[in-house]
Design a protein around this ligand. Structure first.
Ligand code: GN1
Ligand code: MG
Length: 369
């Protein structure tokens, strides 16, 4: 694995971890999870208590202190909802540093936090069953529903314009024009496809939809499912929770949970949109979100996955063109493979567009006769 933590030894990580109020003495530390931005470790203490330690990528998250403030507000609110019996979903629990703060700073200006490890949770790249898809969608829908009454005003915007697909398209065009590593000529067909689909960049503009507190990074692997029952147990990766549009959450989950392969599949003949998984995702999401959605949101549920898949393809492609500075890469050309896979998934969604619309209609409660 190409790790950004090669700059830190195990001893240094243990020293950082010991600055938190963990129970016992940390015995082992190992890399954990598949995040493309932050670095995560699993810690286990001598009394067998597991924790996760994370380094917040401050090239991506420019204001980690405000981010941690968001994190604390969201998790406190969700844990109250859980205790009061409004939801069956747990939330992440921050472990305070020795001085009581929710994070520490290490050398080189890095920010670190520790959370309790969530037992029995599976983080999947591709759902293994229809039930997994349903439960993941129910969990993300419930997450939006429980946050509808988050007190204290809007959260801080941790990444501006995060799902502004139009500005992602412009960033892509600029990268293409500069082409600093002469990589554009490898991908004329993908560039043409990106341009042909430009209308997707403006289909879901924030201003046209209700503003809600949403997750914004609802990849399937950001929800933990119970390893034996498959039930949704905890939504994780809360760094982009902020004001946004419900449709991006639904769309991004479909992108990763209604696809036959992982998001970086190099063999595009293996990449297909899966209509039966989509059906389960719509059902699960509509269950979790209760009556939160307004008609304009429901009307766009079938198209949202195309928009977010297009957006991710543009982001991966842009990062490829600019020299792989944003997403972690495991091999040369990794971002290119990701972009190509997302464009292929988009094609497959477009072939299924009618069916997606009728699936959404069939899952809605019957209107007045
Ligand atoms: C990043 O951190 P992770 O892997 O959950 C990215 C998401 C992308 C995703 C693609 C802050 O999420 O927006 O959809 O990679 N997060 C950020 O795999 O940019
Ligand atoms: Mg993640």
């Amino acid at each position: 694995m190409m790790s950004r933590l090669k700059d830190l030894s195990t001893g240094e990580i243990l020293e950082l971890a010991s600055r938190f109020q963990v129970e016992g003495t940390i015995q082992t530390v190992e890399p954990f999870g598949n995040g493309n931005v932050n670095d995560t470790f699993l810690l286990v203490t001598d009394c067998g208590h597991p924790y996760t330690l994370q380094r917040i990528n401050h090239d991506v998250f420019k204001d980690p202190i405000s981010l941690m403030d968001n994190f604390a507000r969201v998790t406190q609110h969700l844990s109250r909802k859980f205790k009061d019996g409004h939801t069956t979903l747990q939330t992440l629990v921050l472990v305070p540093a020795l001085d009581g703060t929710s994070y520490i700073t290490g050398d080189q200006g890095n920010y670190w936090r520790v959370t309790e490890y969530v037992p029995d949770g599976l983080s999947l790249e591709v759902p293994q069953s229809r039930e997994h898809a349903y439960e993941a969608a129910r969990a993300f829908g419930d997450f939006q529903y429980q946050l509808r009454d988050l007190p204290g005003g809007p959260l801080i915007e941790t990444i501006p314009d995060f799902h502004n697909t139009e500005s992602r398209y412009h960033a892509f065009l600029q990268a293409l024009e500069k082409d600093p590593h002469q990589r554009a000529n490898e991908a004329a067909d993908l560039i043409a496809f990106a341009r042909e689909n430009e209308s997707l960049a403006t289909l879901i503009r924030y201003a046209n939809f209700p503003t809600r507190t949403v997750h914004n990074d609802t990849k399937l692997n950001n929800v933990l499912l119970h390893e034996t029952t498959g039930a949704g147990i905890c939504v994780v990766d809360l760094d982009t929770v902020m004001s946004g549009c419900a449709l991006h959450d639904f769309g991004d989950l479909v992108r990763t949970a209604a696809c036959s392969s992982e998001e970086d599949e190099p063999d595009i003949s293996k990449i297909h949109f899966l209509p039966d998984r989509f059906f389960a995702l719509v059902e699960g999401y509509l269950c979790g979100v209760h009556d939160l959605l307004e008609p304009i949101e429901v009307e766009h549920l079938a198209e949202a996955p195309q928009v977010i898949t297009y957006e991710l393809a543009l982001r991966f492609f842009t990062d490829f063109l600019l020299g792989d500075t944003y997403f972690k890469v495991k091999r040369p050309g990794h971002n290119f493979e990701r972009a190509r896979a997302q464009f292929q998934l988009l094609r497959s969604m477009q072939e299924n567009a009618h069916q997606m619309k009728s699936t959404v209609s069939s899952c809605l409660p019957a209107g007045p006769a």
